[in-house]
Design a protein around this ligand. Structure first.
Ligand code: PBE
Length: 296
């Protein structure tokens, strides 16, 4: 028994040394692009940042032959965390606000061709007629406005395991003055239903849960429904849902906005300074999309 164990350990050690040797060889000769196998780790197929990445693959010669791997926001974040733990190469579709920037040392790759646009706002949209049907809730949605730091507080708590509803409750309780500005002049509800549509991106989970707490506190009966991106827009346009606080403009949801702008009501930005792009850990030796290498 003892002999076997010793042998096993020795064989294991030898294998480890061989593996380490290979790893070192390949990392010194391979470019970052080769190491990630010319693959960008993406999120849900219908997300705006996915179309923007497809656009970038067209726009940049350096991305010739690259693949965008669809996934989910949660799986992407897990893959990113694992890569960083082992200091492995990785490139993802990223966005701000997101807790990943407070948890990890990351950078956006410069985008000189502007495939991802520049800074964006996140806007609030309602269905047509909502302001007449539920004016008090419409006033709150219209006055809802917070910063990337505010949203970041909720997101961080959720990323550390808090239930989104609980994190939203904590934020609202801790920011009574700010919430009072959103509800100022808004008629209280008496149980009227308000339906909010959203997508389960960490940023939208935060904002939508906070809106629910605020509207419920004011006497409305708010439901929140996670949908795919295109379906979220469609649900506001056809009146199946009342509102959403998740419209990334002008670029990320630009096409959806063009498609539906005559059927929705744009209440303007609820957050400024949002951004999307290709993101890598700081230890990656690339600063711009133009530092990447096409697949030969
Ligand atoms: N996002 C987060 C979304 C908008 C919010 C950047 C992943 C998208 O790409 O559509």
């Amino acid at each position: 028994m003892k002999k076997w164990k010793t042998l096993g350990a020795a064989a294991g050690l030898a294998l480890t040394l061989v593996a380490a040797g290979c790893g070192n060889d390949s990392s010194s000769s391979d470019s970052f692009s080769e190491q990630v196998d010319y693959t960008i780790t993406g999120i849900e197929a219908g997300a705006g940042v996915m179309s923007a990445t497809e656009r970038a693959i067209e726009d940049y010669d350096q991305l010739n032959g690259w693949t965008l791997q669809p996934s989910s926001s949660g799986a992407m974040a897990t893959t990113l965390g694992e890569a960083i733990k082992d200091e492995e190469p990785i490139i993802i579709t990223g966005w701000t606000p997101h807790w990943m920037f407070s948890k990890y040392d990351l950078k956006y790759l410069e985008d000189p061709k502007g495939s991802f646009g520049s800074e964006e706002t996140i806007n609030t949209m309602t269905r047509q007629g909502f302001a007449d049907d539920v004016p008090g809730a419409n006033t709150v949605l219209d006055q809802f406005n917070w910063s990337t730091d505010d949203m970041g507080e909720v997101m961080l708590e959720v990323s550390e395991g808090a239930d989104p509803a609980e994190a939203a409750r904590n934020w609202v309780d801790g920011h009574a003055d700010q919430v009072a500005e959103w509800t100022e002049g808004a008629e209280e509800g008496s149980g009227q239903e308000v339906s909010l549509a959203y997508v389960e991106w960490d940023s939208e989970v935060a904002s939508t849960n906070v809106m629910k707490v605020v509207l419920d506190d004011l006497g409305y009966n708010t439901s929140i429904t996670p949908l795919d991106n295109a379906v979220m827009w469609q649900s506001i346009a056809n009146g199946e849902a009342d509102a959403m606080v998740a419209a990334w403009l002008p670029t990320t949801h630009g096409e959806l906005y063009e498609q539906y702008k005559d059927q929705v009501v744009d209440l303007g930005p609820n957050l400024e300074g949002a951004k999307t792009g290709l993101v890598v850990p700081n230890y990656v030796d690339a600063d711009s999309i133009e530092d990447l290498k096409p697949k030969e």
